[in-house]
Design a protein around this ligand. Structure first.
Ligand SMILES: Nc1ncnc2c1ncn2[C@@H]1O[C@H](COP(=O)(O)OP(=O)(O)OP(=O)(O)O)[C@@H](O)[C@H]1O
Ligand SMILES: [Mg+2]
Length: 244
């Protein structure tokens, strides 16, 4: 979707300061995700990408600043209330209930998250249409899934909450190149469905191939903001991200 000034804003962080104890991590961070827009948040290890997501989710609430979700202030709201506003989070790494089957993981998510999904919400059927492979894997224990299959399961679970904004933290981490390209196709499909997406990635070239716009951050501050195309072709940005 093209970035225009008339696009409605889904998420807006303004001058956010977030701390872990005495460590001042996010230092006046501001960024926006438009409705139906996919945005990348790029930066090297320790830049503050995950902390930005934790701030939005209320897991590490900011000390100062504003976070608006679809016009509602959520900066100091509880995580469950933020989820109810339509924010879903897919954490990096292997975060599934390994002892449960794929079907049980999905049923659990449908029960706990799906309550707010209302009549027009995404159902398990809709989600299985995006990820048909999960049907074949229904009886498999989640702990035995490959990295890509687990990523699919995590995405499916998040979608069952019927989010309007999806926060994806380093989704390509630990995935083989073949699965990374599958992930790109899933992301494109979710964008087509109009979901707003904020994606953090170390793999900048992957992220920039699947978003409209991006930010580069360094030490808790935004250093660059531009369209995906501009960021891809900027020598300065490539150097800042360590992309060859
Ligand atoms: N629980 C914590 N307590 C104290 N400091 C933390 C904590 N979690 C993260 N940090 C520090 O905050 C800074 C930002 O970390 P964050 O995880 O947000 O970075 P990141 O950009 O997501 O990095 P990566 O690409 O490695 O995931 C780092 O310096 C990190 O060491
Ligand atoms: Mg991180």
């Amino acid at each position: 979707m093209p970035h225009t000034t008339t696009m409605a804003t889904m998420l807006e962080l303004t001058d956010v300061d977030t701390y872990y104890g005495a460590s001042h991590i996010l230092q006046g961070l501001s960024l926006k995700v438009g409705a139906g827009e996919a945005v990348a948040l790029l930066g090297r290890n320790g830049a503050g990408k995950t902390t930005t997501m934790r701030s939005v989710l209320g897991l590490t609430p900011p000390k100062r600043g504003s976070i608006l979700m679809d016009g509602t202030e959520i900066a100091r709201a509880k995580t469950h209330r933020i989820a109810r506003q339509g924010v879903a989070f897919v954490a990096s790494g292997r975060r599934v209930f390994g002892g449960l089957t794929v079907a049980q993981n999905l049923e659990l998510a449908a029960r706990t998250l799906g309550k707010r999904a209302a009549a027009d919400g995404r159902t398990l059927e809709d989600v299985l249409t995006v990820f048909p492979k999960l049907r074949e894997l229904a009886d498999r224990r989640a702990g035995f899934l490959s990295g890509g299959e687990q990523q699919m399961l995590k995405l499916a679970r998040a979608l069952l909450g019927n989010p309007r904004l999806l926060l994806l933290d380093e989704p390509t981490e630990g995935l083989s190149p073949a699965v990374v390209s599958d992930l790109g196709r899933w992301l494109d499909r979710l964008r087509e469905q109009g979901l707003s997406i904020l994606l953090t990635e170390q793999n900048a070239l992957f992220a920039l191939a699947h978003v409209d716009r991006g930010y580069v951050m360094l030490k808790g501050r935004i250093t660059h903001e531009a369209s995906a195309e501009e960021l891809r072709s900027s020598e300065e940005v490539r150097a800042a991200l360590g992309v060859g």
